[in-house]
Design a protein around this ligand. Sequence first.
Ligand code: SIN
Length: 524
Amino acid sequence: MTRIQTDVLVAGSGIAGLTFALKAAEFARVVLVTKKNRVESATNYAQGGVAAVFAQEDEFALHAGDTLLSGAGLCHRRAVEELVREGPERVRELIEWGVRFSRDGASFSLGREAGHSARRIVHAEDLTGSEIERALLAAVSAKPQIQMLQDHFLWKLAAVTEPGTLRPRCGGALVLDVPDQRWMEVECRAVLLATGGCGRLYRHTTNPEIAMGDGVAIGWEAGAAVANLEFVQFHPTALYPTGDQAFLISEAVRGEGAVIRNRGGEPFMERHHPAGSLAPRDIVARAIDAEMKRSGEPYVHLDLSDLDTERVRSRFPNILRGCAERGIRIPEEPIPVVPAAHYQCGGLLTDWDGRTSLAGLYAAGEVACTGVHGANRLASNSLLEAVVYAERAARRMEADLHAVSGVPLPSARSLPELRTEGEDPASIEERVRDVMWEDVSIVRSEERLAIARRELDGLVKLPVARDGTASGAMYARQVEFAREVARLIVRCAQRRRESRGLHFTETYPHRDSERYLRDTVLAR
Ligand code: SIN
């Protein structure tokens, strides 16, 4: 067992964790742990971009209005106003850190996505996330105050008691150094979780394999409250067949004029919403789901035939390549698409400065519920939220740390066993993914939620690895996290006896604002 001391521990190497680390390095020593290699994050797969007000005809009030409308009454107005107001400054800061966004001459090339009343998506072709990740990793590497530990897995948070009070405070963590197969205790004054979301709880997802819900489960286990986990966003257009990680066909493709059609060629979205294929994501995903059930077809078509070939080549080179590799020639041929789990709108409940309900524990990015997204996230607001709220969390933490002296972390009395006999974690993971896909996805019902809850409660509490390796232990622990987060999603969904935004239940198909115009909060 090794023990290291630092000021701040960060978990996660996506856009939120890296932005936060860069900011925190201005006032603290930072250790950043990431469970895979450093580039493997949901950020890396983000195609769309960062929504921010730059166009002449755009205004903060319009961006805020679009976000509030998409959030179906549950966004926190102040959180949204801070988001849109601080957005352009954060985009400029990304450029200072080396991000190269696409340009039209001296201005940004601004894309359009569903629910936006103006062109406001700042992007790097259709590989925005990987370009941001590249630049931020380079910026982090140049900071001696940040120590990045790859293949290090955050196992558990550790609490200390604040001197002079009985209040628990997060004062460190137990980390598994996977390649060296050893435990490490990190003693620190504050922790920021930026571990991303939980798309892997679903059979079909656009998320990478790291998205197992770690941060929510770890924060919840340590005593932090969670909120709005019933709002899981399904991206309407993932390439069919989805494989292990679905290839995303960015909403920006529809923003440029692509149309969703059924097998018969009908642009059926026009029956569902005046904005047709560019209707809000929840509506498009539900309509596609209904169309597939009605027709019995396993996918619908995305028709790009009205798009200029040159434009597709320059704006969507990654999608063009991805389709070509699968034998689809765009824009001439339609792309077969299906909805897939994409984004967790709820998470660890935070205030507007990233503080969770547990002292010393902060959260930013997809793992956090800041109040920005409400019941349905507006496209390309996630990278924006990550940078704005990571920066706010850093500012807040700097002020908070003045009052925090390091409290020595008591040594862990017993360490988890790496070798245990028990149920195969892979079969439990498969079961969780099936239950969530069948019973807790785009269209829900009270009956199906009850079945899901029984199934998930019935899954044995997982031990750790059966093979005695650290990577086996990490996998088993992640499956345990996934099961716990799945249960929390079902509990939140059962509390909301109405349909709103991303939560649609056949049992209560209408909005009930008298009783449910509020967050769903679970606290220990
Ligand atoms: C997309 O490019 O369609 C994804 C953007 C997002 O999820 O915000």
